[in-house]
Design a protein around this ligand. Sequence first.
Ligand code: EPU
Length: 427
Amino acid sequence: MDKYVINGGQRLNGEVTISGAKNSVAAIIPATVLVKGKCVIENVPDIRDVRILIDTLEKFGASVERSDARLVIDCTQIDRNMVADTEDLRLIRASYYLMGALLGRFSKAIVCMPGGCDFGARPIDQHIKGFEMLGATVDTDISGGILTAYADQLTGARVYLDVVSVGATINIMLAATGANGLTIIENAAKEPHVVDVANFLNTMGADIKGAGTDVIKIKGGRELIGGTYAIIPDQIEAGTYMVAVGAVGGKVRVKNVIPKHLESISAKLREAGVEIVEEDDSIVVSRTGPLNKITVKTQPHPGFPTDMQPQIATMLCLAKGVSVVTESVYDHRFKYTRELQKLGAELSVSNKTCYINGVSALHGGIVHSCDLRAGAAMVIAGLMVPGSTQVIDDGCYISRGYENLIEKFGSLGAEIARISTDGECSG
Ligand code: EPU
């Protein structure tokens, strides 16, 4: 279990460099299974999900070399009969990308059910529907927690997604890359990491058009032979630092970002009274005046990301008036509000909407991380409190998604210490 001890109250000042995107790399590492040759991947963050995925590929015969943020993976010799099921793999969501990738490469995949943060039901029916439309049979062993998919030969098809799903869009794209003929995904997700995975596959030799729009066309069956690709900067990590500055004040240049990916976050911060200046590949965030109440509604890209909802709601605990935050992607993503109440925040949740009555100050206390982004929100809350706050992280959540969080916040003037006890992370 990780414990974060935060001595808050300081403004943040200086520069912070954003790492490669967690949700891109979490799909791109499994995607290397489709490639017969060396994939050189740059800007890879050192986070727990990456380590788990690398360990899995190595266990089944991939050759992996890692130096700093550069990863070289060669899955030419990977075991076609691999059963992708380890204790660690069961903790993470991105394990499901091994389904699409193995199915695309070998027309056969046996993978454990995905884990990940608990926001209520997180079905994968759209992934399965997509695989079936490509000609696969999918068996779900609920009690054993195993998914098996197989086909004589995958064939391209037209797949309409009933829900806009990042995971299903990417997973079907992976399987379709190995299918014969044309696949068209309609009502596809448009998140930056969907585009990143398509760009990676195209760099390796695939033919994918339309990623970033709601219709993606994949001409499958081409040989993927390898290449070099750099992961995009993490939109949510960048947004987390931007919101932290909004919450405590100060002036920070957030470097290595794509400002376009951050537009919805920048827009909401501006409405709340935070100054945002966009540069080519950085954003300068500052706040000297008071915070204003705002309304926020999470939506698929280009709307406001659900993965920034806990952080911005936390900032709004100090905004004058009543802010309204509506979650429209997940059913239960407000569990962390009980933790904020322990610090003196005034929030109430009704269905999928949270009403936040801004207070003049929060006080210290002990709070839990309910999940990865809620954990980041608790760190921001700790920074907002003059004096000591402890964040108890029940599942090493924060280290799953934020590279060098302590060091990065520390370089901006924050005082955060992590106390780790090995072997007690529950996921
Ligand atoms: N959904 C279905 N059926 C499906 C798939 C999704 O009903 O087959 C629903 C979900 O229940 C949810 C909505 O569709 O209500 C969107 O889910 P999506 O599939 O887009 O989410 P995901 O692929 O499971 C990824 C990220 C999440 C992020 C969401 C939304 C990864 C590994 N995870 O999850 O990231 O919240 O997209 O952008 O890429 C995080 O980074 O903290 C995180 C949770």
